[in-house]
Design a protein around this ligand. Structure first.
Ligand code: G1P
Length: 277
């Protein structure tokens, strides 16, 4: 069973400036809950209790969010406002949190390598909190829970996939693979942010992964790729060539909260469907 989950959260959030000048983009709220808490709830639902964060400067609020605020507890315990703390108390009581930093922005692969000491020698989930994934309405499983099942059946690394319009494909890592049925693909090729004409398919990687721990040694040997950064997609290609990566077209909703448009769409969806006064 996969018990650990890593949250790379060191990026600058430039698309949300000036809001992200002095605060973490992962702390921006979708209605009343920070984006990163949705991701942590998804990890906990999948049974991933050990939560590691790879943060950076200006990101201290993330650590504070998952810690007790005595002043707040003292002010509102026993009052009618106590209900507003319920969800974060649940998360704090059920997760075990650890933190490290990525001192320089050298790509997603590098960020994950920075988390090696937090994840150790076990398979682990990775959640990019910018991609907000919500279960299908009416009690579907979260995306990470669906992926954990595939990992436990196959022992392989698992990447979340979504079909996207061809003209947007160059924003994503893209796979080629053999259709195994049930939304599963045996991944045979992967390319990070290809030009539209070079994309091997319209199956884009979304920010959910389960990685086997040999990925760390592979990342160490992976040279910088797209944009001069060490890309997780390139490291995963090494595993894919060994037949050890399954792509999975998940069931559920996904909002690109790294873009203003996706962020607003997520806000409207959550307000209309999930938020309770
Ligand atoms: C990262 C990955 C990319 C993936 C995407 C999903 O890119 O490198 O392969 O498709 O996340 O959101 P980023 O969006 O961080 O540039």
């Amino acid at each position: 069973m996969v018990k650990k989950c890593l949250f790379p959260a060191a990026g600058y959030g430039t698309r949300f400036l000036p809001a992200t000048k002095a605060q973490a983009k992962e702390m921006l709220p979708i209605v009343n809950k920070p984006l990163i808490q949705y991701g942590v709830e998804e990890a906990l639902e999948a049974g991933m209790q050990y939560i590691g964060f790879v943060t950076g400067r200006t990101k201290r609020a993330i650590a504070d969010h998952f810690d007790i605020s005595y002043e707040l507890e003292n002010e509102i315990s026993g009052t009618s406002k106590e209900k507003f703390l319920e969800s974060v108390r649940y998360v704090m009581n059920n997760g075990i949190f650890s933190f490290t930093r990525q001192p320089e922005m050298k790509g997603l692969g590098h960020a994950i390598l920075c988390g090696e000491t937090l994840m150790g020698n076990d398979p682990f989930g990775v959640i990019l909190a910018d991609d907000l994934c919500l279960p299908e309405p009416l009690n579907g499983d979260g995306v990470m829970k669906q992926m954990a099942k595939i990992h436990s059946e196959t022992g392989c690394s698992v990447v979340a996939l979504m079909e996207v319009p061809k003209e947007t494909i160059s924003k994503y890592g893209v796979i080629a693979g053999k259709d195994l049925g049930d939304g599963r693909y045996q991944v045979t090729d992967m390319v990070e942010k290809p030009a539209v004409e070079d994309a091997p398919s319209n199956l884009a990687i979304i920010g959910r992964y389960i990685l086997t721990p040999d990925i760390f040694d592979i990342i160490r040997k992976t040279p910088p790729g797209k944009n001069g950064e060490i890309q997780l997609t390139d490291a995963l290609l090494t595993q894919a060539r060994q037949g050890k990566v399954i792509g999975y077209k998940f069931k559920g909703l996904r909002f690109d909260c790294g873009s203003v448009k996706g962020f607003v769409e997520a806000t409207n969806y959550v307000y209309n469907n999930l938020y309770k006064e």
